[in-house]
Design a protein. Structure first.
Ligand code: SF4
Ligand code: SF4
Ligand code: SF4
Ligand code: SF4
Length: 503
């Protein structure tokens, strides 16, 4: 009676947990979206997309992905043979036991109701396979110490629980005909461990047993023409599909930056762990937030992580969306706000014009940029007295305060590729680099901060390198944009977030 109740409790927790997790895929979104979407419209979009695949030639792709990537896991084999052996041992052993032992009343008994062996190899062999896989996992993590592979409490817990289930199960099988006492002892370990594993599965890393195949299949049949609502749902699901295998971090082109910065958290596999909480709206520690900010800022969009990810996660698109999400929340690093930044350039075609231009415009406005006056040449701009204390009032660093040394030689504007890009740069940029610096010297800080040049700067550092006076031109631009981003976050986050529904 007690165990029957425990089984139903474990099943109930498993079911509710799974539903709760799945609802998150339809509740949350990352970055700008396709307009107003509710949970029901997103579920309907998934069903429509699924039926579109099942009744089209893309079904063949789905079948190929299922056999190649889900069953045979060839994406893992291509990268790491030892890891593939480990995976296959655990995967095939576990699945065999799940269907023929855990679900024996539904599957095994109707198929072979008279089949009974004293020592059942169909239980012992798969159990030993899972144990061998666990031993390989421990070997890779603690002896081989695969580079960039992190082992957290969740990994330890999952490996230990699985080992306890398998060991106690094999011991039960070995003792069932020799000692009822021992058999009962191991039963008392095996059954509660199985129930605990079942109840905990939706909340643990083991959920990837379901989500990784779903990610592989979804990415196999989705493309740039897929419904935006489905892309949104897939991206949230992909956060649960990540196994933190670290393959992406091993190939990431900026991983070395993590080493020199002493911040492992910028690695893509580490960022994924923080992203889940970030997207769910949980409060991140300053360290976690900085890791995401620094990671997406340093990321070069090289796409290597997407190509190698064995779970098929489209990481490049994910990082794009996370940048947009940070802009929406007022937590962007200034470079991502720049209209000419590389990643926004890549997204230009898919973002509506207002979505594309809005974030930099908001940040630009946050500093009360009075640059509109520059677009009215008939107006005279009154000169304020030179403000030597501006560096302090704007909380600029010592490096940035070097603007005071400028003698207006115009070298910075001459070498600037953004200024050189236009026949009439004043018309497009409001002020040239040397004019921004000059504005600061004259105390016209609102002009400097509101000018488009500040936001179009590519941070190539040419101006700074060519300045004969040692003015840290690019650093000054950075700090001004930082001030704008901080002010925008303080003053307009609710407005920006509220607009998400309208996007
Ligand atoms: S994103 Fe992919 S490659 Fe990176 S840790 Fe997750 S599953 Fe592995
Ligand atoms: S796209 Fe970014 S995160 Fe991915 S491998 Fe390249 S630099 Fe690393
Ligand atoms: S850092 Fe910016 S302002 Fe300086 S030269 Fe490069 S683009 Fe122009
Ligand atoms: S190069 Fe240096 S000194 Fe010359 S205008 Fe630019 S900031 Fe001023």
């Amino acid at each position: 009676m007690f165990y029957t109740l425990a089984i139903y409790c474990a099943l109930a927790v498993f079911g509710v947990g799974l539903l709760y997790k799945m609802s998150g895929w339809f509740r949350f979104q990352i970055g700008t979206g396709p307009g107003e979407t509710t949970m029901s419209t997103r579920v309907a979009a998934v069903l429509k997309g699924l039926s579109g695949v099942l009744f089209s030639p893309r079904l063949m792709i789905l079948i190929r992905v299922f056999f190649r990537d889900v069953l045979l896991q060839l994406r893992i084999l291509e990268k790491d043979r030892l890891r593939w052996i480990m995976h296959m041992l655990i995967f095939t052993g576990f699945m065999f036991l799940f269907f023929t032992h855990a679900l024996d009343r539904i599957i095994a008994t109707p198929l072979a109701d008279r089949y009974y062996l004293k020592l059942n190899p169909f239980l012992i062999v798969p159990g030993l396979m899972v144990l061998a896989g666990i031993a390989l996992a421990v070997y890779r993590r603690f002896v081989l110490k695969v580079p960039r592979l992190k082992t957290g409490p969740m990994d330890r817990y999952a490996l230990t629980l699985l080992a306890v289930i398998m060991l106690s199960g094999i011991a039960m099988e070995l003792t069932k005909l020799t000692s009822y006492e021992y058999y009962q002892f191991f039963w008392n370990i095996h059954v509660p461990a199985c129930l605990l594993g079942l109840a905990y599965l939706p909340f643990s890393k083991m959920l990837h047993v379901f989500t990784t195949p779903a990610s592989l299949l979804a990415n196999g049949v989705m493309n740039e023409h897929s419904a935006a609502a489905n892309v949104m749902t897939r991206q949230v699901m992909e956060l649960d599909a990540c196994t933190r295998c670290c393959t992406c971090s091993l190939h990431c082109s900026v991983a070395v930056a993590g080493d020199s910065l002493g911040n492992d958290l910028i690695l893509p596999s580490e960022r994924m762990a923080f992203l889940k909480d970030y997207i769910a709206g949980k409060q991140l520690s300053p360290r976690g937030l900085a890791a995401i900010q620094q990671g997406v800022y340093l990321c070069t969009n090289c796409d290597r992580c997407t190509v190698v990810c064995p779970a098929g996660i489209n990481l490049r698109d994910l990082w794009f969306r996370v940048r947009e999400e940070m802009i929406l929340r007022g937590q962007a690093v200034p470079l991502t706000l720049t209209p000419l930044s590389f990643y926004r350039g890549l997204r230009q075609r898919e973002l509506a014009p207002d979505q594309y231009a809005e974030p930099p415009r908001k940040a630009q406005q946050a500093l009360g940029g009075d640059a509109a006056r520059l677009r009215q040449p008939e107006q005279t701009i009154a000169l304020a007295p030179a403000d030597g204390g501006f560096g302090l009032s704007a909380a600029l660093s010592g490096r940035a305060a070097t603007f005071a040394s400028c003698f207006t030689c115009e070298n910075c504007s001459t070498v600037c590729p953004v200024a050189g890009n236009y026949d009439d740069p004043r018309e497009h940029l409001d002020l040239l680099p040397h004019q921004i610096i000059r504005s600061l010297v004259l105390g016209l800080e609102d002009l400097a901060m509101g000018s488009k040049m500040l936001w179009y700067c590519l941070t190539c550092y040419q101006c700074q390198e060519h300045c004969p006076q040692g003015v840290k031109v690019t650093d000054i631009f950075y700090e001004l944009k930082n001030l704008a981003a901080q002010k925008a976050a303080r003053t307009s986050v609710p407005a920006v977030s509220g607009e998400r529904a309208a996007h």
